[in-house]
Design a protein around this ligand. Structure first.
Ligand code: HXC
Length: 511
């Protein structure tokens, strides 16, 4: 064949490959408000013109299941690599217009190849999921494909960042690849995740439930905590994903990227904690008063809201922030808050991101519900994650740091690099009211005016124990600072301590 002929032949073969499942299927995809796999990769995720596609010519490999090879462009998945804001990433996007994006043997081999590229190059892996799950016609071939993907997700955990974007159905065991990755994005009315769908639930349990109720985007973001980011649209989700990547190094051997420092829009004053000790406030406003440009990227915003976690910068350097939220359940630690914090701490530790812990919590939530839900086991995860973490760990005690929660929220005793308290910090075994009722019970009962006596004892206790000075005198906290000094103090610490982790490597799934 002449050169000219071979080029023409190539172009003819190519054109069919780029059209996914064809006009009708694309129209159906669009009607659901969804972009095509190629639009997602080339227009929404990657920098223009940077996509290098791999395995475009791979064909459906299992013949005997009545599927026409030609209909299965790229076997239902687009793979390759490119750049996001000029930084390389590996990517795959399942194409629902081709056999429902179902995962067959060739499809899984393409994903596995791109995962191996991410491992070898030390670059983040981004997976876009839009699939009916295991390709039924290929039986065990598709199951083995999933197994090979799960295996790599696990091996890559803590080595390169792995991000999943759910942009359609993600059903059956297929949900476990996203669950093994570091961050899961979902999009309003588009994403669905479940192990067994509504039809199976109806058959087995006789219950009626819609796909949306069972595993829709907000359900995954708020009730289950399976999703870390909730987007209003596909474009919104990809914009947040790009922002997320801006905080992360390409792999666990690198330092996170440093940006130009920008002062917070509303720096903290000295009056940020309400005079009334029982009054709630929003810890996110405090965080915004400390960090560069008041810019805080919250992770799992809608889940376990009594614990706030997310990324920000201090003098241009990324930090991972873990903060009790006094506005929700007074900032108690419970099963879900413990899981949320522990996983985030482990992620930051994997990728050399220093931790900043902001403490105002009355302790672990008491009660049979929590005990029976395993608060001992789940609560231990915070202790483990903080103790294990070897990145710089900075702690600010804002107000209450009572009991086990004082220890758990990155105390010096768990290896904190630096601990400071604001003057209104209360470091004690329990709150003054509870403590006074217990230790002065007899005196209060015998008093002429028990209520006045109780108040007096509470004040006495506050003065003696519920302050930061007892801990400071013993060196358990390094210093006491005004809230207005917090940002400058933290920046001094960060510029002094060693920058990267030193501990043993670990993955991201908590224990
Ligand atoms: C083969 C599939 C498929 C699958 C969808 N298709 N899922 N083909 N294997 N798993 C095909 C359909 O036959 C159809 O082909 C096309 O994709 C589009 O699907 P529709 O049903 O028309 O789309 P829609 O109405 O939007 O419904 C989407 C859906 C539904 C909810 C995902 O297709 C569905 O319920 N699929 C099966 C889901 C499932 O149970 N998967 C297996 C899970 S078990 P045509 O030719 O008509 O266009 C699993 C095990 C993994 O994944 C284990 C790992 C450990």
């Amino acid at each position: 064949m002449s050169i000219k002929k071979s080029v023409n032949d190539f172009l003819t073969r190519l054109s069919g490959k780029l059209d996914g499942g064809g006009e009708k299927a694309i129209e159906k995809q669009k009607k659901k408000g969804k972009n095509t796999a190629r639009e997602r990769v080339e227009d929404l995720l990657l920098d223009e013109g940077t996509f290098l596609e791999t395995d475009l010519f791979v064909e459906h490999s299992v013949k005997d299941f009545g599927m026409d090879r030609k209909e299965l462009a790229g076997d239902g998945v687009i793979t390759g690599y490119g750049k996001v804001r000029n930084r390389p990433v590996a990517v795959f996007a399942q194409d629902f217009t081709v056999a429902g994006g179902s995962l067959g043997r060739a499809h899984s081999k393409k994903i596995v190849k791109v995962m191996d590229i991410a491992a070898e190059a030390g670059i983040p892996l981004i997976g876009i999921n839009d699939s009916g799950g295991a390709r039924i016609q290929e039986g065990v071939e598709s199951l083995c494909g999933y197994g090979e993907i799960f295996y790599r997700n696990t091996k890559l955990s803590g080595v390169v960042p792995q991000i999943s974007v759910i942009l359609g159905p993600c059903a059956g065991g297929a949900v476990y690849s996203p669950a093994l990755t570091d961050f899961v994005f979902v999009v309003d009315t588009i994403s669905n995740m479940f192990i067994t769908g509504p039809q199976v639930i109806k058959t087995v349990l006789g219950e009626d439930i819609t796909q949306e109720e069972l595993g829709g985007a907000m359900t995954q973001a708020s009730i289950t905590g399976n999703a870390h980011f909730y987007g209003k649209s596909e474009a919104d989700a990809f914009n947040t994903l790009k922002k997320l990547l801006s905080f992360l190094p390409a792999n666990s051997k690198e330092a996170p990227p440093v940006s130009k420092p920008i002062l917070p829009a509303n720096p903290l004053g000295d009056d940020v904690i309400p005079d009334n000790r029982r009054q709630a406030y929003c810890v996110k406003e405090i965080i915004r008063g400390i960090v560069d440009a008041s810019d805080f990227l919250e992770v799992q915003e809608h889940y376990a809201r009594n614990m706030v976690v997310g990324f920000a910068r201090l003098a241009g350097r990324p930090v991972g922030i873990i903060a009790n939220q006094p506005r929700v359940l007074a900032g108690v630690l419970d099963v879900n808050a413990s899981d949320k914090a522990a996983r985030f701490i482990r992620f930051c530790d994997c990728f050399n991101i220093p931790l900043l812990t902001m403490v105002d919590t009355p302790g672990y939530l008491p009660g049979a519900d929590q005990e029976h839900a395993g608060v001992i086991r789940h609560g231990a995860k915070i202790l483990y994650a903080y103790s294990e973490a070897s990145v710089p760990k900075m702690t600010i005690i804002m107000r209450k740091a009572y009991g086990g929660a004082y220890i758990a929220m990155c105390s010096r005793h768990l290896g904190a690099t630096f601990v400071a308290s604001w003057p209104c910090g209360e470091i004690a075994v329990m709150g003054p009211e509870g403590a006074a009722n217990i230790i002065f019970r007899k005196e209060i009962a015998a008093a002429d005016d028990p209520e006045a006596c109780r108040q007096e004892k509470i004040s006495e206790y506050e003065e003696k124990f519920a302050n930061p000075y007892v801990a400071a005198k013993k060196g358990y906290i390094d210093t006491i600072i005004r809230s207005s000094e917090t940002r400058d103090t933290l920046i001094k610490v960060l510029s002094t301590v060693r920058q990267s982790r030193t501990g043993h490597p670990h993955g991201n799934i908590p224990l």
